[in-house]
Design a protein around this ligand. Structure first.
Ligand SMILES: [Mn+2]
Length: 363
C-alpha cells in the first residue's frame, strides 16, 4: 500500500531523513514517559504495517511496560493479510469506535501524518512516526519532541521496528517475530527488491524466532470462489501490447484485487510493465508494476494520470493511485479507461498499436 500524494507535487527526493542518535534508545526514552500508547497505520493495513504495529506494541510493553492498543481504519483485505491476523492472533480496534481519552501517546507506523490514505484523529498530535515512504508533504500534526524514524532506503517498516528489539536486547515472541518477518517478506518481495542492510540484519535476527509453519500458512491461504471468479473476469479483460499489459477490471470488490492482478500479470513472460485498474464504488484504483530498468513506477503512474484529478504514490517497481469519479456511470468509466490507456501507451512509446487478448498468441 502506498501513500496517496497529490499529483501536483514534484518528484520526491528519495533520500532518508537523518536519524539522530540511536533511534531505539530515543524511542525507549519517549515511551518511558508515557502511560498508554495508541498505534495507528494507513487505511486497509498491509502486512508491513501490521507487523510494524504489533512489533511497536510489544516493544512498548517490553521496554517501557506501557499498554498499547492498535486501531485501524478500513479493512484487512487480502486473503494473506486476513490469514496473518488469524494465525498470529493480532488484536485490533476500529479507530472510529475507540475512546481516545486514555491515550497520551499516538504512533503512526508505515505511513506519515498528512498522507492521503491515513487518518489521524482530529485534534490529536502524533508522537511517534516510523516509516520508509518518501514524504513530499510538510510535517503536520507532529507533537513537539516527536520521535521520527523515516528511512526511505529501508525496504520495510517492520525492519526498523525489528532493529529496535535487537538494539535493546529484547527477544520478540514467536507471533511478533513472525509478523515482523512477514512484513519484511512482503514489502521486499522475499528480500529481492528495495532491500537494504537494515532489512537483511532484521530478517536474520527474526528468523530464529519465527513460527515457520504459521508463516507458510499465511503465505498460501485458502482463497474464496469469488476470488477465482474475479480473476477469471480480469483475465478476459487483459490487453497485451509490446512489453506492457493493461487490465481494467471494471467494477470490482476492492483495490487489493487490482493490486493482486497487477502482481500476477507482471509474472507473464515478456511483460515489463503492468497497469491495472478497477472501480470500487466511485473510486477508480490504479496499480502499476514494472521491471523496466530505466523507468520507475512513480514516473509511469504520473504519466498515466496526466490530466486526471487523481492521487498517487509509489517508488521503485510498485505504484498505486486513484481517481474519484462523479458517479459509477459505465460510460464515465469507459471514458476514463480510454484516457488512461492513451496516456500509458504514449508514455511507453507504443502509441497506435493494437491490443492483443490472452489466448490470441502462444508466446
Ligand atoms: Mn511498508
Amino acid at each position: 500500500m502506498f501513500p496517496a500524494v497529490s499529483s501536483a507535487v514534484s518528484h520526491p527526493v528519495t533520500k532518508s531523513a537523518p536519524v539522530v542518535g540511536d533511534p531505539a534508545r530515543s524511542l525507549q526514552r519517549l515511551l518511558r514517559g508515557r502511560r498508554r500508547l495508541l498505534v495507528l497505520t494507513h487505511n486497509n493495513p498491509d502486512p508491513d504495517s501490521l507487523g510494524g504495529a504489533v512489533g511497536l506494541q510489544a516493544f512498548a510493553h517490553a521496554v517501557a511496560q506501557i499498554p498499547a492498543t492498535f486501531a485501524i481504519t478500513g479493512r484487512i483485505l487480502r486473503a494473506e493479510n486476513q490469514e496473518m491476523v488469524r494465525q498470529l492472533g493480532i488484536a485490533m480496534a476500529t479507530l472510529q469506535e475507540l475512546d481516545l481519552t486514555p491515550f497520551d501517546c499516538v504512533a503512526l507506523v508505515d505511513t506519515q501524518p498528512g498522507f492521503g490514505h491515513t487518518v489521524v484523529p482530529a485534534g490529536r498530535q502524533v508522537d511517534i512516526v516510523i516509516d520508509h515512504h518518501v514524504c513530499a508533504q510538510p510535517r503536520v500534526q507532529l507533537a513537539d519532541g516527536a520521535f521520527l524514524d523515516v528511512r526511505c532506503d529501508v525496504g520495510a517498516t517492520s525492519s526498523l521496528v525489528a532493529s529496535y528489539f535487537q538494539t535493546c536486547g529484547v527477544t520478540p515472541s514467536r507471533e511478533v517475530a513472525t509478523a515482523l518477518a512477514y512484513g519484511i517478506k512482503t514489502d521486499t518481495a522475499d528480500l529481492s527488491r528495495n532491500v537494504s542492510d537494515v532489512d537483511l540484519r532484521a530478517y536474520d535476527f527474526l528468523f530464529g524466532h519465527v513460527d515457520r509453519q504459521k508463516l507458510a500458512a499465511i503465505t498460501r491461504p485458502r482463497l474464496s470462489a469469488a476470488y477465482f471468479k474475479t480473476l477469471k473476469q480480469a483475465l478476459n479483460k487483459v490487453r497485451l501490447y509490446h512489453g506492457v499489459t493493461l487490465c481494467s477490471l471494471g467494477r470490482t470488490g476492492s483495490a487489493e484485487m487490482v493490486a493482486e492482478v497487477a502482481d500476477l500479470l507482471l509474472r507473464m513472460e515478456g511483460v515489463r510493465a503492468v497497469f491495472c485498474g478497477g472501480l470500487v464504488g466511485t473510486t477508480y484504483y490504479v496499480s502499476v508494476r514494472t521491471e523496466l530498468q530505466n523507468r520507475d513506477a512513480w514516473g509511469l503512474i504520473r504519466d498515466a494520470m496526466t490530466g486526471e484529478a487523481g492521487t498517487f504514490g509509489g517508488h521503485g517497481s510498485v505504484a498505486g493511485g486513484s481517481v474519484q469519479l462523479a458517479s459509477d456511470d459505465p460510460r464515465a468509466l469507459r471514458r476514463l479507461e480510454r484516457r488512461l490507456e492513451r496516456n500509458i501507451l504514449r508514455s511507453m512509446g507504443v502509441d497506435g498499436a493494437n491490443a492483443g487478448a490472452l489466448g490470441e498468441r502462444d508466446d
